[in-house]
Design a protein around this ligand. Structure first.
Ligand code: PBE
Length: 267
């Protein structure tokens, strides 16, 4: 049914993820900026979004999703970001590590490792792809840690081991953050911490560290995607800086779709 337009082929739907994700707010802004008010941004989850993408891709059907880099979907499928001439989704950004106030005094070893933590997109990609191929996240993270002791050694160099001190890391179940959080959790376990990984909504993740109920997160997308959360709490946490560079968000479609820009969604 429909009139054959791009919008009708897409059932006037942009397939989104969890409501608290920064990319959802950015997409609402894009809907306004590009006059896409006829579209419905569907709230779901990372897992439901990638399932919808897989189903559409298999049948070469049109679909537009809220997408981000790094993400395994670009290795698995031939996809493209829609051009964003109005710059709503911002330029490349970085993922930061954020600690609670007082972590340095209470758990200096963990603080030091978290402060040292820095890796490349290909590193995160290895874990994400292993998980996508069916590995348990903890197993995929442990395997990466075992195979990359040279990198881990740079983060743990000179750091004193501990004896079962409890730590809580918070994250959101985004594929990229499932990978990074399990990895750094494993590194902290290996120097003696008893690490709990707690999956929350985006706002809850930031609140937990800002109120001190959790120790740290490695999932802060800045300066754009998590700007609202960052501004809300900026007096109440310690920004340990970048752990990964070259991240980005946008609207993503399969390469077989004959459109190149967000503006084309109006056609
Ligand atoms: N993401 C992945 C998140 C940050 C990490 C792009 C889906 C977001 O808040 O949009």
């Amino acid at each position: 049914s429909g009139d054959g337009s791009i919008a009708s082929q897409l059932n006037y739907t942009i397939t989104g993820i969890d409501a608290g994700a920064g990319i959802m707010a950015a997409t609402e802004e894009a809907i306004e900026a590009y006059g896409l008010e006829g579209y419905n941004l569907q709230t779901s989850s990372s897992a439901a979004m990638t399932a919808a993408l897989a189903a559409a891709y298999e049948k070469e059907e049109p679909i537009v999703v809220t997408g981000w880099t790094p993400h395994w979907k670009f290795a698995k499928y031939d996809l493209k970001y829609l051009e964003d001439p109005k710059g709503v989704f911002g330029a490349a950004e970085s993922i930061h590590t954020i600690a609670r106030v007082g972590l340095e005094t209470d758990h200096p070893s963990a603080y030091q490792v978290l402060d040292n933590f820095y890796w490349e997109q290909a590193d995160m990609g290895e874990i994400m792809i292993a998980i996508n191929e069916g590995a348990d996240p903890a197993d995929a993270a442990a395997e990466w840690v075992a195979n990359n002791q040279d990198k881990v050694a740079q983060w743990t160099d000179g750091v004193a081991e501990v004896n079962g001190d409890k730590l809580t890391l918070v994250f959101v179940a985004w594929d990229s953050e499932i990978a990074s959080t399990h990895m750094i959790g494993q590194v902290l376990e290996d120097i003696g911490y008893d690490v709990e990984l707690l999956s929350l909504e985006a706002a809850g993740m930031w609140t937990a560290v800002a109120t001190g109920s959790a120790d740290a997160l490695v999932a802060a997308w800045l300066p754009g995607t998590h700007a609202v959360y960052y501004e809300d709490y900026k007096e109440d946490f310690v920004d340990l800086g970048v752990n990964l560079e070259g991240a980005g968000i946008g609207l993503v479609v399969p390469a077989y779709m004959d459109i190149t820009s967000i503006e084309d969604l109006n056609n």
